[in-house]
Design a protein around this ligand. Structure first.
Ligand SMILES: *[C@@H]1O[C@H](CO)[C@@H](O)[C@H](O)[C@H]1NC(C)=O
Ligand SMILES: *[C@@H]1O[C@H](CO)[C@@H](O)[C@H](O)[C@H]1NC(C)=O
Ligand SMILES: *[C@@H]1O[C@H](CO)[C@@H](O)[C@H](O)[C@H]1NC(C)=O
Ligand SMILES: *[C@@H]1O[C@H](CO)[C@@H](O)[C@H](O)[C@H]1NC(C)=O
Ligand SMILES: *[C@@H]1O[C@H](CO)[C@@H](O)[C@H](O)[C@H]1NC(C)=O
Ligand SMILES: *[C@@H]1O[C@H](CO)[C@@H](O)[C@H](O)[C@H]1NC(C)=O
Ligand SMILES: *[C@@H]1O[C@H](CO)[C@@H](O)[C@H](O)[C@H]1NC(C)=O
Length: 797
């Protein structure tokens, strides 16, 4: 294995990295801490072609690369890119973070300045639970406004490393909370909205400045039109921190072509193809023996097949890991060469700064390999307008402290938190609490009065966070609070007595339980799906002491096996709030007291504790009955669940109708492109024909709308998530049990029907990936499903 010295160095690096945001950030890091200096400002630089805004971006980037010496070039290969004084180019820090609000995790962000805090939106998994695309877009646009304001005052960069769109493959994963969940289609949809909202493309921004791209292959059309740069991470199949002998630094994810194409890659593909992300980050882990950051196949494919235009960064020290941890390369120089040749443009960390010169000298790379990387890096900076003069002079330069933590953004954060609340259980309509039904409330739980840690991983400094206890105070003054447990690990029951005392006296008891970063975070996976420590004991003593049934609130990202609570009639209601962000207290209170009708749905399967017997390193999605492997996610998992993907109740109830949906789709034989070998275009799979979708010439002609009506049968208006699933013909083996093919969050009015239409593109939505990794469209009867309602669509030739 790797040397002790290296491990120590690595730990030191990690500590430094974690500390960086806390340290004063000097002007050289952000490059513009006081009054930003931009290139091309001084007369003596203006004649350089890279300053000439009439030239195409590619020509400008090329010209800049051509002016640099080898050592100046190498100094650019780090997140902390050096200044090039003689050309008037300041230093630039590429690493800022913005997962669900501006976060402290990257050295590019500082909260020490005229902007001391930023809006903390709910954690991504919670926003995913809203299944509301326009919410995702709007939140990303709001984060972008705050990011740009912080940039203007020298407290952030223009390049941010979000979103995290890996599949939440295993319930133990410590960073599952950062993702949009377990479904590739939902993750792809989230990625598209986040990137579009954040990068500010294809929309009218709040200043009326139109940012329209001329065409997908016109890299020059977006000169200066990238508001900010978003980064889809971590390419690919990164979803394990530490499990048994495995760490993210050493892990080799063994993945079939089928699972890769069907599950792991779709979010990245959409992020590039539809979101037009300007950055990708390669992950620490290897995929089938090749570290992601050394994988030409993986990184080149993004450019050649998906049309990726932007820069590729390594995860932090993920070039070092190619040699030091993965032992894929034989020397630091080989690691640098592997990464550069595979397509990495920048290394988060200092490894390339330290080892590229010797890699050149040893002939492992050529200067052209570095030039290619710099071309990609400078192109993104040029698209951001960094070489177009004083960026603070434009409309966007006016954004400042007044645009951060604005009432508008707080309202949006509250909206996001409410839309993400998932009502898991509500026996006999115990909730909402009606003011006249009780006099006093006991709120119990170690985090119920905590306003600091509401955001989960990759948080910043929230503006004005409110705890759950504070949130409830808006509805009742007769409120008592006890922690019960000292903290989330809850090792002691010494606080139980005080909590029991309060629960006995109160009319209603609410227990806030769950997880925090002591259980799940970067570098920390869970080992159990049960509530930590004595939390379950706390809940049972409160249940016994309480006059009425108890309300259980669950915090945390990963699913929790709360079967005991699900099955206990003395626990009337269970709500999942995840990490609701700074407005969590108010959001929960509005839901509990019925001011807001919950409509969130779980974006991940809640597995029972027995799932921890499944090896976390097993990447297979499909079950393997011969070894008892149960498969993963709602699409394949065959075991019992605590709560299913898509589960989520409301204070009202809904029924559906399919209004108009075709029953038959005909693929004319003539519209099928016959393969060059003149074989029959369709293959036999278990007696059923299927067609490779790349052989269907008329995919567009097959598209249809599923017109659906949703009837709100209850007494309360509410917004409701319509989820349309499909199942391929029964005889087609190896296909998902069902797959989500469309969703829409709609407003509904009590005792009325609301109509919605979901576009179905059969080539995309009704197809499956075969064992060779090729998408095929099975012929025969497909089933469309809406919570218990089914409709058959037959695809015929
Ligand atoms: C914040 O910045 C000021 C002025 O640049 C500096 O004196 C101070 O030490 C910084 N504080 C922290 C906590 O970084
Ligand atoms: C900028 O480029 C354009 C197009 O090539 C050229 O006509 C113009 O002279 C250049 N301007 C300067 C200042 O070099
Ligand atoms: C960033 O790079 C500059 C110049 O190379 C150096 O002086 C500075 O110490 C670096 N900062 C960090 C945090 O590594
Ligand atoms: C972990 O390593 C030990 C010692 O090499 C080995 O016995 C054990 O089987 C490994 N565990 C797994 C899950 O691979
Ligand atoms: C709850 O938190 C508030 C604000 O931090 C604090 O003033 C109060 O004492 C706390 N209440 C209890 C019972 O701990
Ligand atoms: C739906 O809600 C209405 C009004 O509360 C109630 O009468 C009806 O029984 C409910 N239906 C179902 C299926 O729960
Ligand atoms: C979706 O989110 C947007 C943005 O917050 C909101 O205006 C809209 O009402 C939401 N839609 C539904 C149906 O809840």
């Amino acid at each position: 294995m790797y040397s002790i010295e290296w491990r120590l160095l690595f730990i030191l690096l990690e500590i430094l990295t974690n500390l960086l945001p806390l340290l004063p950030i000097s002007a050289s890091i952000t490059g513009h801490h006081s009054n930003p200096q931009f290139p091309c400002q001084l007369r003596q630089h203006q004649s350089y072609p890279f300053c000439n805004t009439s030239l195409p971006i590619s020509a400008r980037a090329q010209s800049l690369v051509s002016l640099l010496t080898p050592s100046e070039k190498i100094q650019q290969l780090s997140n902390n890119a050096s200044q090039i004084e003689r050309l008037g180019i300041p230093a630039y820090e590429w690493w800022s973070e913005s997962l669900h609000g501006i976060a402290t995790n990257g050295p590019g962000v500082s909260f020490n300045g005229s902007i001391p805090s930023a809006t903390s939106f709910p954690q991504v998994l919670v926003m995913a639970a809203s299944f509301n695309r326009s919410l995702w877009f709007t939140v990303a646009s709001a984060i972008a406004v705050e990011a740009r304001a912080m940039y203007n005052v020298g407290q952030a960069g223009l390049t941010f490393w979000a979103p995290n769109i890996n599949i939440f493959r295993d319930p133990r994963w410590g960073r599952g909370q950062e993702t949009p969940g377990e479904d590739p289609m939902v993750a792809a949809a989230y990625a598209i909205e986040y990137v579009k909202g954040f990068q500010g493309e294809n929309k009218q921004d709040r200043f009326g400045e139109k940012r329209v791209l001329k065409g997908s292959d016109d890299e020059d059309g977006d000169s200066g039109k990238l508001l900010l740069s978003a980064c889809c991470k971590h390419l690919t199949a990164y979803d394990l921190e530490k499990w048994e002998n495995f760490t993210r630094y050493t892990f080799n994810a063994v993945i079939s072509q089928q699972d890769l194409e069907e599950t792991y890659q779709p979010p990245f593909r959409s992020c590039v193809e539809e979101g037009r992300a300007s950055c990708l980050m390669c992950s620490y882990n290897a995929v089938n023996g090749v570290p992601s950051c050394a994988s030409k196949a993986l990184l080149q494919k993004a450019r050649s097949d998906w049309g990726f235009k932007g820069y590729i960064t390594s995860d932090c020290d993920a070039v070092a890991t190619i040699f030091e941890f993965q032992q894929y390369a034989n020397s630091p120089e080989d690691a640098v060469a592997d990464a550069l040749k595979a397509g990495v443009d920048i290394n988060c960390g200092t490894y390339m700064l330290r080892n590229t010169q010797s890699a050149l000298e040893q002939g492992k790379i050529r200067e052209e390999d570095i030039d290619r990387a710099l071309f990609n890096l400078f192109s993104v900076q040029l698209r951001l307008g960094l070489f177009n003069g004083d960026l603070l002079k434009g409309h966007l330069g006016k954004l400042g402290p007044q645009d951060v933590c604005s009432p508008e953004h707080r309202k949006l954060a509250l909206e996001a938190a409410k839309q993400g609340v998932v009502l898991l259980k509500n026996d006999k309509k115990f909730l909402p609490l009606k003011k006249n039904r009780f006099a006093s409330l006991a709120v119990i739980g170690p985090t119920a009065n905590d306003s600091i840690n509401l955001g989960g991983g990759y948080s910043g400094v929230p503006c004005n966070p409110t705890s759950f206890v504070e949130g409830f105070k808006a509805y009742t003054q007769k409120i008592s609070y006890a922690a019960g447990c000292l903290d989330i690990p809850c090792d002691s029951d010494s606080g139980f007595t005080a909590a029991i005392h309060l629960a006995r006296k109160a009319d209603v008891a609410i227990v806030v339980a769950g997880l925090d970063s002591s259980q799940e975070t970067e570098d920390l996976d869970r080992v159990s799906l049960l509530l930590p420590g004595k939390q379950m004991d706390l809940i049972s003593v409160i249940v016994q002491a309480s006059k009425r049934p108890v309300v259980l609130i669950l915090m945390g990202g990963g699913p929790i096996d709360v079967s005991f609570a699900k099955n206990d009639p003395r626990i009337a209601s269970i709500l999942w709030v995840g990490y609701p962000g700074e407005t969590g207290g108010q959001a929960l209170a509005e839901v509990i007291f019925g001011k807001f009708n919950p409509g969130g749905k779980l974006p991940m399967t809640w597995y029972p504790e027995s799932f921890t017997n499944v090896p976390m390193n097993d990447m297979r999605m499909r079950p393997d009955p011969s070894s008892g492997y149960p498969g993963r996610t709602y699409r394949f998992y065959t075991g019992n669940t605590v709560y299913e993907f898509g589960h989520g109740l409301s204070y009202t109830n809904y029924t559906y109708n399919f209004l108009s949906v075709p029953t038959k789709l005909s693929l004319l034989a003539s519209s099928v492109v016959v393969g060059s070998n003149n074989n029959m275009p369709h293959e036999r799979a278990d007696g059923l024909d299927s067609i490779r979708i790349d052989e269907v010439a008329t995919c567009d002609a097959l598209k249809f709308y599923a017109h659906i009506s949703v009837i709100n049968n209850g007494d309360m208006d509410g917004s409701h998530v319509v989820m349309l699933f499909s199942r391929v013909p029964a005889t087609f083996t190896g296909a998902p049990q069902k797959q989500l093919i469309g969703f829409d969050r709609v407003h509904t009015v009590t005792h009325r029907a609301t109509e919605t239409s979901i576009l179905v593109d059969p080539c995309k939505h009704l197809s499956v990936v075969n064992e060779q990794g090729t998408r095929v469209l099975p012929l025969g009867a497909h089933t469309l499903m809406l919570e218990g309602l089914e409709h058959s669509v037959s695809i015929e030739i």
